[in-house]
Design a protein around this ligand. Structure first.
Ligand code: WTA
Length: 655
């Protein structure tokens, strides 16, 4: 984010007290109630979490030790305990909530389905038995590459039931990305679909899966294919089986495998500052506890709510607040398959109206895009069922916040701006809606039991208001990542290296204002946030240089009104630079190339050709300079250390 933008956000001092009508019925209804909770957590950190774990999780074998830090930064929560995540999400709802709707599904074309807890339980058991019949067992990695349909959740829950470790790959990732993730995890089974409906088109999932497997995924033995679109796809004899055939003979009961608290529930690949995505590994008990308590504290989930988190299960938000958190709380949730703009930008609001959504959670980029459609579209829908709104993924600009508040929340609904990460598993800094006044653009205060702080280079707390620093977490928390799959050293270095193993380094910079509120300023590493999706600049650079015509590439983010950040690539070609720095055919070829290497979300928005990249005499690319140029700002940096100052004009597109 540019400094101007930060300054304008900091001038933002509007405050919105919890609406009395909301607070009256809230789980945590006052600031006092919240302080009591926070103080308990501060007085006995691990005891606080242990008490919650005993109360909120159903254990097969109780734990003795709340937190084992003897091998820090490898932390073990609720050691000795055994439980099953799927049991905690489904079986324990059956007695009281068997007939309650667990999932309300709507496809992009308008088809709907309601699935009760009893039905979901049966579906998961049947599919878990099918997984076993396909040879999957505890500890095996299963890759899920699915559209946003209930079966994606069934597949995840079924893995959890048998102790297999799932790794969901977002359906928008390309065959190449899928292949890399399958191979890094050493997955033995792939679950996919023929396709999905999105944006009025069919997403060719099976075709991409075939391509990935053709390119070499030796560990994959079997592929289960759900029929969603029913268009023609290839089925490879001996390897591929239709979902319906796989479950045909299977019983609707499946004894859960009771795993240790620390048993890995899933891997989820996310971008870091190298070219290789990292497999973030989460635990079973601690992870689920984080999802449950934040559903209660931040989403104030209640028995009558209809909860809708718009995230795809390919992201952490779709894990914690679609596949696990809502079910573990016995909630009713909405799942929508398609794009927010089909048939027009009123689709989300129509879904809220038709399914009487009470809690709605989405990303700032979606809010900004829908805001563009104007106020008239949401005005057409009855949004009176809504009582709470949320955002996640990137800082929300106050303008979008105010629009969300006014036009969608009709000034009645608190907005929870939730800061967290793939690595943190659950919300970390977010308002408790009945107790914490909100300020547009701030994620407000850390949750009870979360020791978040902003520190300087030496790791000292920054007490002065509005001075920026590193966002850190000073104590372990149950839903934290446990390691990076296959690379524990990278885990230690990336997250614990900076402050001598003492603090978890989030990778974000932040400021606190005079009230102690947190304002996230952006990433400190080479990670972009494009429409709320994390992308490493190095990943895009590696994709570009893999093209035969590209010699060198440097990728930076540029502020973008809709996406938050857009991708700006500086490219040095093998051979001649195109005349005037323009070659539209090559530019579209390179954009398509990157889409194939990573996925359409990684397509560079701008490509600029130069004879060279700006380097210091020691050979380092001056990225800050490239960011300034990409943003179209005036160059204020000292360019005298540049080896090749003459290329500045080319980089600025002036030559
Ligand atoms: C950013 C998404 C400001 C941040 C759950 C973080 C946010 C990264 C917010 C994690 C927010 C997420 N305000 N920034 N409310 N939420 N971020 O792993 O930079 O996809 O480090 O997890 O998104 O992205 P991830």
């Amino acid at each position: 984010m540019s400094n101007d933008k930060i300054d304008s956000i900091l001038q933002e001092n509007r405050q919105f007290a919890p609406p009395p009508d909301f607070a009256r019925h809230a789980r945590i209804p006052t600031a006092q109630a919240l302080s009591a909770l926070s103080e308990r957590a501060a007085a006995d950190h691990s005891g606080f979490w242990a008490e919650l774990a005993r109360r909120e999780l159903t254990w097969h074998t109780p734990f003795q030790t709340a937190l084992d830090s003897s091998e820090a930064p490898s932390f073990r929560w609720f050691k000795e305990g055994r439980l099953n995540v799927s049991y905690n999400c489904l079986d324990r709802q059956l007695a009281q909530h068997g007939d309650k709707t667990a999932i309300v599904f709507e496809g992009e074309k308008g088809d709907t389905r309601r699935i009760s807890y009893a039905e979901l339980h049966q579906d998961v058991c049947r599919f878990a038995n099918a997984l076993k019949a396909q040879g999957a067992k505890q500890g095996d990695r299963v890759v899920i590459y699915m559209p946003m349909i209930p079966e994606a959740v069934v597949a995840m829950q079924a893995c959890a039931r048998i102790g297999a470790i799932h790794s969901v790959v977002f359906g928008g990732f390309s065959a190449e990305s899928l292949k890399d993730r399958i191979n890094d995890a050493g997955a033995t089974l792939l679950i996919t679909a023929d396709g999905g409906h999105r944006g009025g088109k069919i997403v060719e999932l099976k075709a991409a899966a075939d391509k990935a497997l053709d390119h070499g995924c030796p560990s994959i033995k079997n592929v289960i294919v759900f029929k969603r679109t029913a268009h023609a796809v290839n089925m490879k004899a001996g390897r591929d089986i239709w979902w319906s055939d796989a479950i045909a003979q299977q019983a609707a009961q499946c004894e859960p495998v009771w795993v240790e608290s620390e048993h890995p529930l899933f891997l989820l690949y996310t971008s870091g500052s190298t070219g290789k995505p990292k497999g973030i590994q989460h635990s079973s008990a601690g992870y689920l506890l984080g999802a449950i308590v934040t559903m209660q504290w931040v989403f104030d989930i209640g028995d009558d709510d209809v909860f809708w988190c718009t995230a795809d299960v390919g992201w952490i938000t779709g894990h914690s607040y679609v596949a696990y958190g809502p079910l573990a709380c016995g909630a009713t949730m909405v799942i929508y398959e398609g794009a927010p703009t089909v048939p027009d930008s009123g689709r989300f609001w129509k879904l809220c109206q038709d399914h009487k959504v009470t809690i709605f959670y989405t990303a700032p980029t979606a809010i900004r895009a829908l805001m563009k459609g104007g106020d008239d579209i949401p005005a057409k829908y009855d949004l009176s069922s809504l009582r709470l709104l949320g955002t996640v993924g990137e800082p929300i600009n106050p303008e979008a916040w105010m629009w969300y508040h006014r036009v969608i929340g009709r000034e009645r609904c608190p907005i929870v701006d939730t800061w967290w990460q793939t690595e943190t598993g659950a919300h970390m800094i977010a308002p408790i809606p009945g107790a914490v006044p909100t300020k547009p653009g701030s994620c407000t205060l850390p949750l009870p039991g979360i020791a978040a702080d902003v520190v300087d280079e030496q790791g000292k707390s920054i007490t002065a208001a509005d001075k920026g620093g590193y966002l850190v977490i000073k104590q372990p928390w149950p839903s934290m990542l446990r390691t990076i799959w296959g690379d524990h050293e990278r885990y230690v270095q990336t997250y614990w290296g900076k402050f001598g193993g003492k603090y978890y380094l989030a990778g974000d910079s932040a400021r606190r204002d005079k009230d102690g509120y947190f304002w996230i300023m952006g990433r400190i590493d080479d990670v972009l946030n494009v429409s709320g999706h994390r992308l490493g600049t190095m990943e895009v650079e590696s994709a570009l240089v893999a093209h035969p015509r590209v010699a060198e590439a440097a990728v930076v983010g540029r502020p973008d009104e809709l996406k938050g950040e857009a991708i700006f690539a500086y490219v040095v070609l093998r051979g001649e630079r195109p005349a005037g720095g323009v070659d539209t055919a090559l530019t579209s070829e390179l954009r398509q190339w990157v889409a194939e290497q990573i996925g359409p979300i990684a397509k560079p928005d701008d490509i600029r050709y130069a004879d060279n990249l700006p380097k210091t005499r020691s050979g380092k690319i001056m990225r800050r300079l490239l960011r300034t140029i990409a943003a179209g700002e005036e160059i204020t940096q000292d360019t005298s250390t540049l080896e090749n100052e003459a290329i500045l004009l080319q980089l600025q597109g002036k030559q």
